[in-house]
Design a protein around this ligand. Sequence first.
Ligand code: OGA
Ligand code: NI
Length: 354
Amino acid sequence: MVQTNTSTIQPDHDRKADLIAFDETKTGVKGLIDYGITEVPRIFRLPSPENLTSQQPQLSLPTIDLQQINNNPIRRKEVIGQVKDASESWGFFQIVNHGININILQDTEVKKQWYTRDLSGKTRLAYHSNFDLYAAPVTNWRDTFYCTMAPNPPQPHELPLVCRDILLEYSEEVMKLGVCLFGLMSEALGLDPNHLTNMGCADGLAVLGHYYPSCPQPELTIGNPSHTDNTFITILLQDRIGGLKIFQQNHWTDVPPISGALVVNVGDLLQLISNDKFVSSQHKVVANKDGPRVSVASFFSTGAIQTSKVYEPIKELISKDNPAKYRSTTVKEFVDYYRAKGNDGTSALLHFKI
Ligand code: OGA
Ligand code: NI
C-alpha cells in the first residue's frame, strides 16, 4: 500500500513559499475549504498515504465510570484499580459520569485577529494553523485555538466573545476534574491522594480547541501526526466524527466517540515522575471527509512559563532495584526541548533518560 507521492519531493524554497503564503492568509485550513479547494495542496501531503480502513481485530480502550468515587470508598477503590491498570498499560482511558455537563461544551470559533505563531510563555491566547508550520515535514489538516487558563488566567475581556463564557466555565470544571483525576492517579501509584497536586501537576492548564476541516482526500494528509503529549495529563473532549487512534501493542486502535465521555491520557511529564510506571502513549488523528471534526484538549502543564519547580521521578516510586530512570528537569525545559525537537517520531523523554 506504500506509494511514493512525488508532490512531496519538491525543492525546499517551493515549500517555504507555499508555507508563507498559507500562513499569511491567517485563515488556516478552514480558509482553504471555505475557498472551495477540492484537492489537498502539496504542503499537506504525506510521503505515503494513510490507510484509513480500520485494522482488525481492535483492542478496546477501557471506559471508567466515576460515579460515587467521592462518597463510596468501595467504588473509589475499584476505580483506582481501573485507573491504575489503564494508566500502566494504555496510558489512555475514557471517563463517564465525570460531573461535567457536556451541554456546556461547544465549538470554539476563531478569528484572524488572534492569529500568531508566538508560543512563548507570554502568549496566553493564540489562533494558528500548525504550531510547527515551518519545521514539520508535513503540514497538518488542522487549525488550533490555544489559551492558557492557569496559572495566569486571562481577563474575560481578553477572550473572543464567541467563546468567552464557555471557555471560562469549561476550564473551571476541567480544573476540578483534573484535581480529582490526580487524586485517583496518586492513589493508583500508592501515594497520598494529594501527592500529585501538591507537586504542582495541576498548577498549569492550557485549553486547545482543534478544528479539523472536512478533507476532500483524507488519505493524503493527516489531522494530527503520531505524537505523545508534553503534559502531566490531557483531558480530551471529542465530537462524534472520530479519527483519534492510539498506538497500542503494535497496532493503531480507535478511540470511539462516546457521547458525554471524556478521554484521559497520561503525558510525558507524568511518565517521567512516575518513573515509567504510567505510560505516555503515541496517538494521532486521521483526516476525514465527514467533518469538520472539533475537539477540545485540556493540557495540564505550565508549558513554557518559567517556574521554580523541579521534577524528577517520585522518591517513593524508586528503590535500589528500581532506580530513577530520568534526571531532574523543569516543565519549561522539557516543553522547550519538545517544541524545538519537533515531531520527528521519537519521544522527548529519551533526552532526559539517565
Ligand atoms: C492533542 C491531541 C487529539 C484530538 O491535542 O495533543 O492529541 O482528538 N488531540 O484532537
Ligand atoms: Ni495529543
